[in-house]
Design a protein. Structure first.
Length: 484
């Protein structure tokens, strides 16, 4: 388990996954431009540590999650599917048949006790305490030329439900208005927005704490699409294999990760709004300006020598794709608890998470693909999926070329495409109305006679096993001679 962000950076350095930039680079567009270029290189490029951002003494860490290898390193697994299998074991416990089975279950049971966070008396995030502190020491980026200002892009925003005390942690961009106020981009479907709505109904100020940088499991957990009412710190505890340690804030009644780099404490007033945006978003386009709540800073605490962890989003692929891929693999076993016929799913980078989801199923009855589409549109944040493509279980959904081939050969557009309407992501720009629009489902499974298909379905071309083995041998010799 990484004790903090610094330990993760050291591990990346040891694995030659980190590039240190020692020359001055400006937080105004330049760091973002470098990161964009690097993240679109093969494999996502290296993690970046800008040691001398122009005008600041604080280093900037970015693209730390920006490859499959680093995402696995962050969550301390060999593959993301290994983690999915662990979650599947936890959600499908079997009764031990004997002492050997009981012993095999001990590691799983041990993981369960590590989920709940615990509060400690002090932590590195409060080595320096500045009541009435400001943002002036933090090298916050302006990412794109037409952005409304500088943006904090990878915060862990802590709030509590004013009525129940239930905690929420989310990642919401924060536009810097001045050195002590920012926007709070609480999209209407998010947990933080719900806490704010309750506070406004009650006419009370909502305390907010923003943690910047922690051990790598925590920022990821804040981005994960957790079911409503479940604490993101439970997921973080599971991922890091140790309970998350929290410390009490200095000026607000909230707890934050003790190992964070920087903490901004403050509040949001009921009824206060300010124009936020535009912002170059993960859609690859600028989001429209709109009015959002305002965060007022009452205190800044930090380590003595913090690193500012941030990210940049834009035209895919970028760092957020790999974080989304981790969520895809981790939550697949949980989705299967509701829809067990799902074999695999894939959110392609070009689909920017909510535009397209590709799902393979073990088809069992007529209309099964339609049932899956409707189930997806009723599952948490999957409700935002604008296009749902359903294929048979023998199609590799991770291979977008294969999926495109299957869709092109398996659908009759009039018969196999269905439309519906419902909630869409706040960042969806093509819908006629904000947050409400249409969705499309594509049934690219093989059609059965019981679904009205009267012709015989064509068989996929494939050679024999013997010819395939012979081809592999000959191709191997060709490759060796070719390279020689």
């Amino acid at each position: 388990m990484y004790r903090d962000l610094n330990a993760f950076i050291d591990a990346l350095d040891n694995e030659r996954e980190l590039a240190r930039i020692t020359e001055p680079v400006s937080p105004d567009l330049e760091i973002s431009a470098v990161t964009d270029r690097v993240s679109k290189s093969p494999g996502g490029g290296p993690a970046l540590l800008f040691e001398r951002p122009t005008g600041y003494d604080m280093p900037v860490g970015i693209n730390l999650y920006g490859s499959m290898k680093r995402m696995c390193m962050a969550l301390e697994v060999q593959t993301l599917d290994d983690l999915a299998r662990e979650i599947e074991q936890l959600t499908k416990p079997k009764m031990p048949a004997g002492i050997l089975d009981t012993l095999k279950m001990l590691p799983i049971l041990g993981r369960l006790k590590d989920l709940m966070p615990k509060t400690v008396s002090s932590g590195p995030c409060q080595e320096v305490v500045r009541k009435n502190g400001t943002l002036e020491e933090i090298p916050i980026l302006k990412c794109w030329p037409e952005d409304g200002g500088r943006y904090i892009t990878l915060p862990m925003v802590f709030t509590k439900d004013p009525e129940t005390g239930m905690r929420n942690i989310g990642t919401y961009r924060m536009q810097v208005y001045d050195e002590r106020t920012t926007g709070m981009h609480w999209q209407r479907h998010k947990g933080g927005a719900q806490h704010h709505r309750i506070a406004e109904r009650l006419g009370t100020r909502l305390p907010v704490a923003v943690a910047l940088g922690a051990d790598p499991a925590l920022p990821f957990a804040a981005t994960a699409p957790m079911p409503e009412g479940l604490d993101e710190l439970l997921l973080a505890g599971f991922l890091r294999r140790e309970r998350v340690e929290l410390v009490k804030c200095v000026t607000v009644d909230l707890e934050v990760p003790a190992n964070a780099q920087i903490v901004l404490e403050g509040y949001v007033e009921p009824g206060e709004r300010r124009r936020e945006g535009p912002f170059g978003d993960h859609t690859g386009f600028y989001s429209h300006p709109d009015d959002y709540p305002v965060f007022h800073i009452t205190c800044v605490t930090r380590r003595k020598n913090p690193v500012y962890l941030t990210t940049v989003v834009g035209i895919p692929p970028m760092e957020d794709f790999y974080m989304g891929k981790a969520s895809e693999r981790i939550f697949l076993p949980l989705i299967r608890k509701t829809v067990p016929e799902i074999v695999d799913m894939h959110f392609p980078a070009e689909g920017i998470f909510h535009n397209m989801v590709i799902i393979s199923i073990d088809k069992r009855y007529p209309g099964h693909a339609r049932k899956i589409m409707n189930a997806v549109w009723g599952l948490g944040q999957l409700m935002f999926s604008k296009m749902v493509v359903v294929v048979d279980k023998d199609v590799d959904v991770q291979n977008v070329s294969e999926v495109a081939w299957i869709v092109g050969t398996h659908i009759d557009p009039e018969r196999d495409v269905q439309f519906t309407r419902g909630p869409v992501d706040d960042l969806e720009d093509a819908s006629d109305l904000p947050a409400y629009g249409s969705k499309m489902g594509i049934d690219a499974t093989r059609k059965w006679p019981s679904e009205g298909f009267k012709r015989s379905w064509p068989r996929r071309i494939a050679t024999t096993d013997a010819a395939g083995q012979r081809a592999a041998e000959i191709w191997g010799r060709i490759q060796r001679g070719w390279k020689a």
